[in-house]
Design a protein around this ligand. Structure first.
Ligand SMILES: CC(C)(COP(=O)(O)OP(=O)(O)OC[C@H]1O[C@@H](n2cnc3c(N)ncnc32)[C@H](O)[C@@H]1OP(=O)(O)O)[C@@H](O)C(=O)NCCC(=O)NCCS
Length: 254
């Protein structure tokens, strides 16, 4: 058998997340301009119940959460939340996801996930909003620092996960167990559980994780994944060379 080498990163993979919105992997209905106008005039930035209805409608017209370009535009333009292609779940509810959250591609977010990027200020007279909001409140300016949270590609977040402001990055391929309270950053491909969340193990041995991370496979569209299935499978278990080692192992053994 020949010792085929997987090119790393995989060749021909589009590396720009933004390009997803422009190409065919996301769908945009012909009614999108009307929906965007409606979203604006109905002040959906603040009226979450109406926002939910329009987001659900956009998804219905555009092949569901995984593919709706207009739902992503609503979230990005009016709520400061970016969501990559094929991701789905609670992240499409603007009442549940604060501004400053960026979600990668192929992310699965189960019911009950709650993301928090800011605490109420802990060092003032009171933690009550009256003491840090301008209207009605005593603060003279909206002075809470903006929060941020980056959720990588191919992350799976189980039911009822809570992410607190102490976490700023959940790595690519990470798995967050049901009910976990994530207070710190999560490394790529780690499986974390519990409150506070702790790593129970990695999904893959380090060499496989490194291959997956550098492959950038998540920038492929679903149809490209289907077309390159066998090549992608080899990222998990590369083809052996004739002397029963991977090409890399054979090179190092010399
Ligand atoms: C995290 C998870 C993926 C791990 O699955 P797994 O690898 O099969 O894990 P195991 O069942 O072998 O458990 C491994 C250890 O972690 C513990 N554990 C697993 N999930 C846990 C959780 N959610 N919270 C706390 N501990 C958990 C187990 O008790 C076990 O501990 P032990 O070794 O001391 O006995 C899975 O348990 C989970 O939480 N899945 C999410 C399900 C979900 O929410 N689905 C939503 C619909 S998409």
């Amino acid at each position: 058998m020949s010792g085929s080498v997987i090119p790393t990163p995989l060749t021909g993979i589009e590396s720009s997340r933004e390009s997803a919105a422009a190409n065919s992997e996301l769908r945009r209905s012909s009614l999108a301009p009307f929906l965007l106008w409606l979203y604006r005039v109905l002040n959906c930035q603040r009226r979450w119940r109406v926002a939910r209805v329009l987001i659900a409608l956009a998804m219905r017209l555009e092949g569901g959460a995984m593919r709706s370009a207009t739902a992503r535009t609503f979230l990005a333009n009016y709520h400061g939340v970016t969501i990559g292609a094929y991701s789905y779940g609670e992240c499409f509810d603007p009442a549940l996801v604060p501004p400053g959250v960026s979600i990668g591609r192929y992310v699965s977010m189960a019911r009950g996930v709650r993301l928090f990027t800011q605490n109420h200020p802990l060092d003032r007279l009171s933690t009550h909003p009256f003491f840090y909001e301008t209207t009605p409140g005593v603060a003279t300016s909206g002075d809470l620092p903006p929060g941020s949270l980056v959720i990588g590609h191919d992350v799976w977040m189980g039911c009822n996960v809570i992410v607190t402001p102490g976490c700023h990055r959940i790595g690519h391929g990470a798995v967050i167990g049901a009910g976990a309270v994530v207070t710190r950053d999560v490394p790529d491909f780690a499986i974390v559980v519990g409150a506070p969340a702790r790593k129970v193990r990695d999904r893959f041995p380090p060499e496989v994780a490194a291959r997956l991370a550098t492959s950038n496979w998540w920038h492929l569209s679903q149809s490209e994944v289907l077309a390159r299935r066998s090549e992608l499978d080899q990222l998990l278990s590369p083809a052996k060379t004739p002397n029963h080692g991977t090409p890399e192992e054979t090179h190092h053994a010399r």
